[in-house]
Design a protein around this ligand. Structure first.
Ligand SMILES: *Cc1c(COP(=O)(O)O)cnc(C)c1O
Length: 382
C-alpha cells in the first residue's frame, strides 16, 4: 500500500491531513464556561492553581509554575539558574528556534554541541568531549565556587539545555552527571515531552528546572501556555514572582522589587489545560498505537521510522521518518504535501541561521545528518 492511502485509512478521510491538530473531547467547554460565568478569565483564578497542581502531580516535580508560553518559561528558568549576559549556554543545534531564542533573551550566547543519532537529543558523549577539551575549571574568588570556563572565549558556561526532540528522551542521566561534575546548571527544554519518561522518571525533572509548552501543536494544549517544573521551593516561588510582574503582596499597594515580566497564564487557558490533562492517558495511548502502526508500515520500506530510544518511554508527540538523503527527503516532502498529507522537514540547524552563525559549534555530524533526512509525518490523536 502506498503511504498516502495508508494514512488516509488511518484518519478515515481523503481530506487534507494536518501534521498535528488538537482534540477537545473532554471537559474543555465546561471549564471554560465556568471561567466566563465566574468572570475570572484573566491572570488569577482557580484553574491556574489547579493546572499547576495537576502538572506537578503528573510529572512528579514538587512544584510547577504556569507561564504564558514555553519560550517565556524557558527564559525565566535560565534567568533563575543564574545565566547572565556574556556568559554561554550549551544546547543542541537541532532544536526549535525557541530554545536558542530564550537563551539569547538573557544576553548569553549559545554554544552548539551535537545530538545522538538515535535520541535526536543532546549527546552526553559530545558534551563530555566539549567539556574535557574546550573548558577549564576555575574557582571564583568572590564566591569561592567552582565554575567552568570556555578556554576559547574566557566566558563562563552557565547552563546546559538539552531538548527531548519530538518527545524522545535524551540520555538525560548521563548529561546530569556531567553537569554536576562541571558545576553547570541543567535546564531541560521538555516543551515536546510531556508524558515522556526516562528510566521511569518524567523528562524535565532531572535538572534544576524543566520547562513545558502547551502550544496548539503540542501533546496537550492551552491555546498557548507553558510551565516551569522544579523540586526547588525557592526557585518555584521566585519563578511565580518574576512571571507576575514581581509584585510584593499587599492588600492595596503597588510595590515591585524586581524587573518582573507579564508572563502569566490566563485562567481561561489554564481551564483548557486542566481539561486536556485529564485526557492525557488516552492521548498517549492513541499516540503509541499510531506509532506502532507506522512502525509496522515502514518496516516494509526503505524509509526508517524513528522509535523510542532504549530506557525510555516516549510520548510520540511528532512521529518522524528518516529518508536516505536530502534528495529522497525532498521527493517525499513534495509527494506527500502535493497529495493532501502534511509533512515537514526537521528544523534548520540553529548555527545556520543568521542570528547564530557566529556562535561556537563543535563537531555536529549527527545533527547535520538528521537535518538532511528527517521528516515529520501526521501525528494527531486518532
Ligand atoms: C514548542 C517548543 C518550545 C516552546 O514554545 P512555545 O510556543 O513558546 O510554547 C520550546 N522549545 C521547543 C523545542 C519547542 O518545541
Amino acid at each position: 500500500m502506498d503511504f498516502i492511502q495508508f494514512i488516509q485509512n488511518i484518519y478515515r478521510t481523503t481530506d487534507f491531513i494536518p501534521l498535528h491538530e488538537p482534540r477537545f473531547r473532554g471537559n474543555e467547554k465546561k471549564y471554560i464556561n465556568d471561567c466566563i460565568d465566574s468572570t475570572f478569565v484573566s491572570s488569577v483564578g482557580k484553574y491556574v492553581d489547579q493546572f499547576e497542581k495537576d502538572i506537578a502531580l503528573y510529572t512528579g516535580a514538587k512544584y510547577a509554575v504556569a507561564a504564558v508560553n514555553g519560550t517565556a518559561a524557558l527564559h525565566i528558568a535560565l534567568m533563575l539558574a543564574g545565566v547572565k549576559a556574556d556568559e554561554e549556554v550549551i544546547t543542541q543545534p537541532l532544536t526549535f528556534i525557541a530554545t536558542a531564542n530564550a537563551i539569547s533573551y538573557t544576553g548569553a550566547k549559545p554554544v552548539f554541541v551535537d545530538v545522538d543519532r538515535d535520541t535526536m537529543g543532546l549527546s552526553p558523549n559530545s558534551l563530555r568531549d566539549f567539556l574535557e577539551n574546550e573548558t577549564t575549571k576555575l574557582i571564583n574568588p568572590s564566591t569561592n565556587k567552582p565554575s567552568t570556563i570556555n578556554k576559547k572565549t574566557g566566558r563562563r558556561i552557565a547552563a546546559v539545555v538539552p531538548m527531548h526532540t519530538f518527545g524522545h528522551p535524551a540520555r538525560i542521566d548521563e548529561i546530569k552527571i556531567l553537569c554536576d561534575e562541571y558545576h553547570i546548571a541543567l535546564i531541560e527544554d521538555a516543551a515536546e515531552s510531556l508524558g515522556s519518561f526516562y528510566k521511569g522518571q518524567h523528562t524535565g525533572t532531572f535538572g534544576l528546572m524543566g520547562t513545558l509548552s502547551f502550544n496548539g501543536n503540542k501533546t496537550i494544549t492551552t491555546g498557548g501556555g507553558g510551565m516551569i517544573i522544579t523540586n526547588d521551593e525557592k526557585l518555584a516561588k521566585m519563578a511565580k514572582h518574576l512571571t507576575t510582574q514581581a509584585k510584593v503582596p499587599h492588600a492595596w499597594e503597588y510595590r515591585h522589587d524586581y524587573i518582573g515580566y507579564n508572563y502569566r497564564l490566563t485562567n481561561l487557558a489554564a481551564a483548557l489545560g486542566v481539561a486536556q490533562l485529564e485526557q492525557l492517558p488516552e492521548i498517549l495511548k492513541s499516540k503509541r498505537e499510531l506509532a506502532s502502526q507506522y512502525k509496522a508500515f515502514f518496516a516494509e520500506s526503505e524509509i526508517q521510522f524513528a522509535t523510542e530510544p532504549e530506557n525510555s518511554q516516549s510520548n510520540y508527540w511528532l512521529n518522524a521518518v528518516l529518508l536516505e538523503n536530502r534528495d529522497e527527503r525532498d521527493k517525499f516532502l513534495k509527494y506527500t504535501n502535493e497529495n493532501g498529507v502534511m509533512t515537514r522537514p526537521i528544523w534548520e540547524l540553529m548555527n545556520r541561521l543568521p542570528m547564530f552563525k557566529d556562535c561556537q559549534v563543535e563537531n555536529i555530524e549527527n545533527s547535520e545528518l538528521l537535518a538532511d533526512r528527517v521528516v515529520n509525518i501526521p501525528s494527531s490523536v486518532i
